[in-house]
Write a protein that binds this ligand. Structure first.
Ligand code: ATP
Ligand code: MN
Length: 563
């Protein structure tokens, strides 16, 4: 009797439950993607809910940080982005096919292969009992803001995107939320058919612009979510004549804004946090007819060798609700930022308001100053140089920085890296499209442009040292306060930009790199070598229909006279 009594009621319960749950899938529109099976969908959980899930799912550990316990996770094999696994669907004849800069950065796959990867991801989510959905925004300018959705298996990944993207003010904001783009992150699965499909590995990050969806397979690295959407902003914005930029931004007390362009590790995040100025954002911005605006809602800082005395605001941002990634944990559960056993790319993400001095509006007028950051490990570029607008365009297209070869014994040679617009890996359109917009903006708003070398002085890697953050800050302060305009300049004989003879608090020896090199002949040879690399790289921007700025680059002279 009892059994009979219970059976139908259980059935009914299950039916009701199924109905209720499938309504959730329907309500959110996940069924349109093919996701129908997960019984529970956690939608835009709060930080405290996310924390409970992270702990319950045993996704990481709690790190004892000075300003509060912080959740900490590891991303497995991938501790950085995986650019060789990035693909875009070639939808022949469609808008994206005509617009995309096809090549090494944007490699094509067929719609068929995409569908295969897509189905694998969807099947995976349909095998799960629960999953997480975050709905939020990219871009603080309402005119060009995009609605983005992330579907994840793990709570920490939702935590990451909640930190990095613009969070809805309240749940009502999400009524009738129709995403402009969805990322389905099936990081837990591998694509076993990759050889047959002629892909690069069992991992894939694949975008289908017309279908408004991307999938991630095989890599857990958090940055793929963020930079995936950035690549799309780099598509949508310029097509609407809005500049999109891989740069940080801040604003002074008088409302003067500044941009800091630079490749990874050059100091965008470190230097945009400034006690005298308010932070707008640390990595991705747009520039439209009203001014500049952040694309994100948080920051993603490197933690390697992080010291409170050098970077107090970032250090203090590492507290409850921040999320540590691939950071070594000491025995006493404190973070070992100096320990690079796991990776040199240890990171922390946090919502922007964790930086005390953040700019609530997240946008500002047209930038008064633009700084190109470069980390020159050859030690020949000056810590600070003033660029003409032609030179600015040349350096913008070339996008130079260098990397040190690593910490292996005997390897002392730095490696030059050139990356168009200081962010080639994220450009979906041809670099000339961004250059065109940038030049127009520079001319319209008369922004000053400087090149700041945060790399080596007194000799290259292995001989000299990396310039201190303190001294780089003096360069930046001189630019932002306008003091630099009062300085006397000298022209660099090879690179031909203007170098200040000295700056408040910075000696002649630091300002002009040749003065700090013991071996002057070696300085000149190294400068020549670097300038040849500059010229070689620039060749790809010469050609029919492209505006040629090569006259603004380095020139090799027979005699050097300024030392
Ligand atoms: P990404 O695009 O990968 O986020 P980023 O441009 O934001 O890179 P930062 O995170 O600011 O780069 O990294 C700069 C790193 O270099 C930090 O770890 C910082 O401590 C270190 N550093 C050392 N010397 C300097 C200097 N003179 N100026 C700036 N950063 C320096
Ligand atoms: Mn950064």
């Amino acid at each position: 009797m009892l059994r009979n009594f219970f059976k139908p009621s259980l059935l009914l319960q299950n039916n009701l439950r199924y109905k209720y749950l499938s309504n959730i899938c329907n309500d959110l529109g996940l069924n349109k993607l093919g996701i129908t099976k997960p019984e529970t969908i956690h939608h835009n959980l709060s930080y405290s809910q996310l924390f409970k899930h992270e702990v319950k799912n045993e996704e990481g550990s709690i790190m004892k940080c000075k300003y509060g316990d912080t959740f900490s996770i590891e991303t497995g094999k991938f501790t950085g982005r995986s650019p060789n696994d990035k693909w875009i669907v070639k939808n022949i004849g469609k808008e994206s096919d005509k617009n995309i800069w096809w090549g090494d950065v944007n490699k094509e796959i067929t719609p068929g292969i995409f569908d295969d990867l897509y189905n694998k991801s969807i099947n995976h989510f349909n095998s799960l009992n629960e999953c997480y959905v975050f709905d939020g925004y990219c871009g603080t300018s309402i005119k060009s803001q995009k609605k983005v959705r992330f579907i994840h298996e793990l709570a920490w990944q939702q935590h990451f995107v909640s930190n990095m993207f613009i969070r809805p003010k309240n749940k009502n904001d999400l009524n009738n939320f129709e995403p402009d783009f969805t990322i389905i992150n099936a990081c837990a699965i591998k694509n076993e058919d990759w050889k047959k499909q002629k892909l690069n590995s069992e991992n894939a990050i694949a975008f289908n612009i017309e279908k408004k969806v991307a999938i991630i397979i095989g890599t857990w690295y958090g940055g793929e979510n963020k930079k995936g959407i950035f690549s799309l902003m780099n598509y949508w914005l310029p097509l609407n004549n809005i500049m999109s930029m891989h740069c940080s931004a801040n604003i002074g007390k008088n409302g003067d804004s500044a941009l800091f362009f630079g490749l990874s590790g050059t100091g965008k995040t470190t230097l945009s946090v400034d006690p005298e100025r308010k932070l707008i954002g640390d990595d991705e911005h747009g520039w439209d007819e009203d001014g500049i605006f952040n694309l994100e809602g948080g920051c993603y800082a490197k933690t390697i060798n992080l010291l409170e005395e050098n970077e107090p605001d970032i250090y203090k941002a590492i507290r409850k609700n921040a999320l540590l990634e691939n950071v070594y944990q000491n025995e006493d559960k404190t973070p070992g930022y100096e320990n690079t056993f796991k990776t040199e790319n240890g990171r922390v993400s946090y919502p922007i308001y964790h930086i005390e001095n953040f700019h609530k509006l997240q946008n500002a007028g047209h930038p008064k100053n633009i700084i190109f950051l470069t980390c020159d490990a050859y030690g020949v570029l000056p810590p600070i140089a003033k660029l003409s607008s032609g030179q600015a365009m040349y350096h913008f297209l070339n996008g130079y920085t260098s990397k040190v070869a690593g910490t292996e014994i005997g390897i002392t040679e730095p490696k030059a890296t050139f990356s168009a617009c200081f962010g080639e890996a994220f450009l979906t359109l041809h670099p000339s499209k961004y250059a065109e917009l940038f030049e127009k903006k520079l001319n319209e708003h008369d922004s000053n442009v400087y090149l700041v070398n945060t790399g080596w002085i007194g000799g290259g890697y292995g001989v000299g040292n990396r310039i201190s953050i303190k001294n780089t800050r003096k360069c930046i302060d001189a630019i932002l306060s306008g003091d630099i305009e009062k300085c006397e300049f000298t022209k660099d004989e090879i690179f031909r930009f203007q170098i200040p003879k000295e700056l408040p608090g910075l000696s002649k020896k630091i300002c002009n790199p040749i003065l700090s090199w013991k071996n002057k002949v070696q300085f000149v040879t190294t400068s020549y070598m670097l300038s040849i690399m500059f010229q070689d790289n620039y060749k790809k921007y010469k050609g029919k229909g492209l505006k040629d700025y090569s006259d603004y680059g380095p020139k090799i002279k027979e005699t050097i006279t300024n030392f």
